[in-house]
Design a protein around this ligand. Structure first.
Ligand SMILES: NC(=O)c1ccc[n+]([C@@H]2O[C@H](COP(=O)([O-])OP(=O)(O)OC[C@H]3O[C@@H](n4cnc5c(N)ncnc54)[C@H](O)[C@@H]3O)[C@@H](O)[C@H]2O)c1
Length: 360
């Protein structure tokens, strides 16, 4: 891009995450970019774009929006089932793409996205925003500096007590690809793999449970109620993921579980130190043996990283303006995000077959 030019953005899918994170994220850096158009299949979302957000150019068919040559980049904020097709169409139309997580429904869809980015030379970033938290960034610096020695195990949790997103976009498997594993398990898996330096996943073994969401008569939901007959995904999953360097990750994900509270966390265990990271509060503790004793270290202060979504959007826009790679910006590349989808796919297949599934 020519120096000083603002990146011109289109948004595909104008629901919760588009209005809650992407639109404010781009609007917070007006010196770097501007939102010029929005596409959604629902006319009321387009009306909201115009009346609430002042985005006048709206499209019911995103392909019409992609025909514009004055749009440089798009955010793909649709339900999961549309991620791959919209991303491939956008890349082929000459746009850079920031696609929401999970990257896609399965590894084949991810591969199509990676291929389109490679063949067009356009940038592809996936919305794994939790990496940008100040606690995660601090731990990443510590791991990279070798403070943990060899990290051979991580315990990753994205567990909710009774927080079910009561929309078919999350509960109808044909639209979402699965339940808490693919919705929130992916976030903590990405963060954990990133902290561990992305060793290649080689196998996964897991179990999924659908014991609660379909209970006749329904259950209390902290985010509203759903019809048990519409609950088509797992409510809990547990898994063991094997990585090529011999390390493993134990993963738990739930929408519904009889537990104390919601937890998004990763616990790294290394030969020189361990650490616990609460991905929501950014609270971190590092466990070591030093000074002839066992110590638990907490930062006295962490820089305010601001919104993690805001940080990922700034990274995307900066990569385009300054022609830097997504990896250089510390954001999730297509190849990294595909590892997460390969893992989820292997866990779902393992749950079906009752056996460990080899990846790749
Ligand atoms: N990174 C995060 O923290 C985070 C948080 C929430 C959601 N998400 C992800 O964002 C995506 C959207 O989630 P949401 O909560 O905003 O859902 P949502 O249902 O609120 O919004 C999705 C929007 O996409 C539109 N849409 C559907 N098909 C379309 C198509 N073919 N073309 C254009 N628009 C289309 C829908 O009409 C809807 O307005 C999901 O993939 C979800 O996993 C990420």
């Amino acid at each position: 891009m020519s120096e000083g030019k603002k990146v011109r953005i289109g948004i595909i899918g104008f629901g919760g995450i588009a209005q809650g994170a992407h639109t404010p994220g781009y609007r917070n850096i007006p010196e770097l970019c501007e939102i010029v158009a929005v596409a959604d299949i629902l006319p009321d979302k387009l009306a909201t774009a115009q009346t609430k957000w002042g985005i006048t150019d709206v499209y019911e068919d995103y392909r019409k929006m992609l025909e514009r040559d004055d749009i440089d980049a798009v955010s793909v904020c649709t339900p999961n089932a549309v991620h791959s097709i919209a991303t491939v169409d956008a890349l082929k139309a000459g746009k850079h793409v920031l696609c929401e997580k999970p990257m896609a429904m399965n590894p084949a869809e991810c591969q199509a996205m990676i291929d389109a980015a490679k063949s067009t030379g356009n940038k592809l970033q996936i919305g794994y925003n939790m990496r940008f938290g100040s606690g995660a960034q601090c731990l990443k610096r510590a791991v990279t500096a070798g403070e943990f020695g060899e990290v051979y195990y991580s315990r990753a949790r994205a567990i909710r007590r009774r927080q079910v997103p009561p929309s078919p976009n999350f509960l109808d498997k044909s639209r979402s690809g699965g339940g808490p594993l693919i919705d929130i398990g992916v976030h903590i898996t990405d963060m954990t793999l990133w902290l561990m330096g992305h060793p290649k996943p080689v196998a996964a073994s897991g179990q999924t449970y659908n014991k609660m969401g379909t209970k006749p008569g329904g259950m209390i939901g902290m985010w509203g109620t759903w019809k048990p007959e519409d609950y088509g995904v797992e409510d809990f999953a547990s898994a063991l993921i094997r990585l090529e360097n011999g390390a493993t990750i134990g993963l738990e994900a739930s929408f519904i579980a009889n537990i104390a509270r919601e937890e998004f966390s990763t616990h790294l265990m290394g030969t020189e130190a361990g650490a616990f990271l609460d991905g929501y509060s950014n609270d971190i503790t590092i466990y070591r043996e030093e000074f002839g004793t066992l110590t638990d270290t907490k930062p006295g202060w962490l820089p305010d990283a601001g919104s993690t979504h805001g940080a990922e959007i700034r990274a995307f826009v900066t990569a385009i303006r300054d022609n830097r790679t997504i990896e250089e910006m510390g954001a999730a590349t297509g190849e990294q995000a595909m590892m997460v989808t390969q893992i989820m796919d292997a866990i779902y297949r393992s749950a079906e077959t009752g056996r460990e599934v080899v990846i790749g």
